[in-house]
Design a protein around this ligand. Structure first.
Ligand code: AN7
Length: 340
């Protein structure tokens, strides 16, 4: 059994030996070669499968640290604004810790699986008549007023936890096979900030390529987007909290930020599922769509971060996938149906 990441990386995280640890044994996710994608790109591409975390997204890395710190500080409740995955993760870790959890999500705009998770774990789910950016502003104001721990990625412990994904990538590749580039979807810009911190702490500097959905691409435009819109609901964010840090990561590593259209995102989403056997969330396919559309400046070895599991959003999958084959319960009919 692999231990959770606080235990695994305690020497590089802000936790002492006696500190409380709230963990679901997150991290230690697979790094999987992608032969078909590698062929299309003309470079070696590996997929970091963050959907293999306990609640199905990379958010668990940050949440084990943010919730452990909240417990250490004697908090009774934790709160976040979320496009869905942070809400699901907060709810699970709050349940684990015996804390009250509340999440504010844009009404009608989060994927079904994420909503089911947050509710099942017993969090108070508040559907805001406003988008993520409004939700984040309001939770920041509320947490300044009330003794509630804010666990969005503006919380430094989130970044600390999420940087461990960079450690894992480097550990797995080993010193003789350097990583040239990392491709990652960018929403609130916490994760790219965290990877870059992790790489820098280990003396590595792969080029960081961030990708945003064309309808929610403030970093590409250089200005906030008032009404972000994209099929990639996880990254439907118009004013990222970690704007400066994300830009510093991309420019400091000689990488860059680019936009991909919903069509490119959905193409990559279907390609990964059908050709690589990897089912990720639509938003996440932005990293692969971006790599296919924009390349990675001649990098020979590339990791694409697949931040969340495809089961989070069954509705988008069913719209994008083929249909079922109806069949009468006879051998003849089944034979015809199977052989097509
Ligand atoms: C699967 O859950 O913002 O750039 O509130 O769910 O660190 O924000 C989620 C974002 C990428 C973007 N992939 O990461 C939330 C939320 C998935 C995500 C991102 C999100 P950041």
């Amino acid at each position: 059994m692999a231990p959770g990441l606080i235990e695994r990386y305690r020497d590089r995280l802000p936790f002492g030996p006696g500190d409380p640890v709230v963990s679901l044994n997150e991290g230690s996710t697979p790094l999987v070669p992608a032969p078909r994608l590698s062929e299309r790109v003309g470079a070696e591409v590996l997929l970091k499968i963050e959907g293999a975390n306990p609640t199905g997204s990379f958010k668990d890395r940050g949440m084990t640290c943010a919730v452990s710190d909240a417990v250490r500080n004697g908090a009774e409740a934790v709160l976040c604004a979320s496009t869905g995955n942070t809400a699901a993760s907060l709810a699970a870790y709050a349940a684990r810790a015996g804390l009250r959890g509340a999440v504010i999500v844009p009404e009608g705009k989060i994927a079904t699986g994420k909503l089911a998770q947050a509710l099942m774990h017993g969090a108070r789910v508040i559907a805001l008549q406003g988008n993520f950016d409004v939700a984040l502003r309001l939770v920041r104001e509320l947490c300044a007023k009330q003794p509630i721990a804010l666990v969005n990625s503006v919380n430094p412990f989130r970044i600390e936890g999420q940087k461990t994904a960079a450690f894992e990538v480097l550990d797995e590749l080993g010193p003789t096979h350097p990583l040239d580039a990392l491709c990652i979807p960018v929403g609130n810009a916490g994760n790219i900030t965290a990877y870059w911190k992790g790489f820098q702490e280990m003396g590595a500097a792969p080029r960081m390529f961030g990708f945003q959905a064309a309808g929610a691409a403030p970093l590409v435009h250089g200005a906030p987007v008032e009404d972000p819109e994209t099929v990639a609901s996880a990254i439907r964010i118009g004013n990222p909290a970690r704007w400066e840090e994300a830009m510093a990561a991309m420019t400091g590593s000689r990488g860059g930020v680019n936009a991909v259209t919903d069509e490119q995102i959905l193409d990559a989403y279907r390609f990964l599922a059908a050709e690589e056997g990897v089912f990720c969330e639509p938003a996440i396919a932005a990293s692969v769509a971006g790599l296919l559309a924009h390349g990675a400046a001649g990098a020979r070895r590339i990791v694409c971060v697949l931040t969340g599991h495809g089961l989070k959003d069954p509705q988008t999958a069913l719209v994008q996938a083929g249909s079922v084959v109806p069949c009468e319960p006879t051998l003849d009919a089944v034979e015809r149906a199977v052989l097509g």
